[in-house]
Design a protein around this ligand. Sequence first.
Ligand code: ZN
Length: 693
Amino acid sequence: MKNYLKIAAAATLLAACQSNENELANKNSQKAETVMKTEDNFKYVAEQFADLRVLRYKVQDFDQLSLEQKELLYYLYEAALSGRDIYYDQNYKYNLVIRKTLEALLSTESHDSQSEDFKKLEIYAKRVWFSNGIHHHYNNDKFIPECSQEFFTHVLGHVDDSKLPLQAGQTKADFINFITPLIFDEKIAAKKVSLDSKQDLVKSSAVNFYEGVTQKEAMDFYAAQAKAANTNQNPMYGLNSKLTKENGKLVEKVWKVGGMYSASVEKIVYWLEKAVTVAENENQKAALQALIKFYQTGSLVDFDTYNIAWVKDTESAIDVVNGYIEVYDDPLGKKGSFESVVSVKDFEASKRIATIGENAQWFEDNSPILPQHKKQNVKGISAKVINAVIESGGSAPSTPIGINLPNNEWIRETHGSKSVNLGNIVEAYDQASGGSSVDEFYYNDEIKTRVKNYASLADKLHTDMHEVIGHASGQIEKGIGQPHETLKNYASALEEGRADLVALYYLLDPKLVDLGVMPSLDYGKSAYDEYITKGLIVQLSRIKLGKDIEEAHMRNRKMIAAWAFEKGAKDNVIEKKSENGKTFYVVNDYNKLRALFGELLREIQRIKSQGDYKAGHNLIENYGVKIDQALHKEVLERYAKLNIAPYAGFIQPKLVPVIENGKITNVNIEYPEDFKTQMLEYGKEYSLLPAYN
Ligand code: ZN
């Protein structure tokens, strides 16, 4: 599970009227050259286009690592990038065709290259790279180039046939007829992941996880697998395959060596095998070997074995997430998106998160949840701050700031989980943000000052607790299925809400001051100010006027803030104020708000523990989905004035081995400055899958 809090909630990162996207895109393309440097002279902000900002991050003290560690990082880096194509294809079956076409277009010099239309096409290509496909990485809607269709087909005419992903026997004219509507017709593959429960979720989603299969067929197929196994230690059925039909029968095409995506998976295995030779210790070696075996067999039991080994690897400085991990991209929550995060532990910053992890049992015992839903022994919560070295697939360019894995509930309950906070990513966000949106959206100077001074640490603590004692807490009652089975399409939003509420509840607990991780309760207050303002106001800037909230993390924040506002109304716990046409939500009573958070936490834990779909459905639908249209319009207008794109992603560092006599003698780290250059380079170096899979 992931925490994207910083991205979604940080007031300073949000802005821009999305209904005004065209106008904004133009404004931003003029601003693209803007360079923002900080005291250490590292350029954190690379560029801004459409509704996106591209940032950069640094890996502190890379040079101080041993040669073996650098070598290990390098192999894991190559393994990460080797899976990049998989994620494109998972997101939509024609994403690779489209990406390869765009890359060919942008690498071809022609008389059109300086035209306005070409710049628009380039922005479209950047958006495709940013989203790993033709659908917005966050709201899942298909986006369309702003250049004309005629211009697109015209420039495609200049590109050499050999550079284009033509199918056997296909003429260029046929190819142009085939690809143009895929890009320009809004109705084709309109939505990456549909969560509209009135429709067949599988058929209305563009993701390439099912083909020729209905939602009911898919659900019955996996329900039957779970039933046949009849154990409480089920693997996550369906995680590593595409479900399709052959001769009228359902078949799974497994993503493994010799199966679907074999060309990428073979390369991943190749690099992982090298990584094994320089593993830091036996546990890490065992985990890497288990991962290799999983990629070779495609067996989900092997994946569980790998995860158990991975959880045990807690001593290593270097860690890696590599596999089919998160299930957010599947409307049925079965299929894992490829991703990789390669990292080095930040030992100093890890002390804070470790303190929270060490006290996990205290937090569980003192939680407001019902006694029967508390874990008697909170197991194996390991927590650390890491510095990312490379991210790919579902974790790049847009990245989480916190990760808690593995996702399989029985492994979490029996063997524990690992939680991390991506320290250098958070640092880059902090460095890249300005204070302008705090000034715009918070009510008075007292609150503004508190948020500016304290919210940075409070955010870190929120992330730590969300991952370490949030997702890891609580237990499901006997005989109740996994949340994805019982709570279905609301499972993710409810789970993120549950983890947020654990963090919020404890952010105002003197225990954090006693533990020495938070200097005073003012930090907690700033977190409350932020959560309410972001949940009810700031995050609306990311939604198009007239649309509902769909993304799980956004739904949960809106749900929590709106629920607390309504339930606290009789005591005026949160007050809605309006001044000079501007709306503010102001917290009047922090302790009562804390009590409300505790009450909602108890209820959501009950919903999860008992699999109460109806109550979960009502919470999300009543509080998390709908937006007050007048307020929405106001927020979009206030944001547009700040001119900060609402979504951010990162250019990745580049690892360059120094090879002498066939041996690696050093690894250097470089920090590329240009997003397009990096994307074209990846397209060349890591184009491992065919355009059609
Ligand atoms: Zn989470």
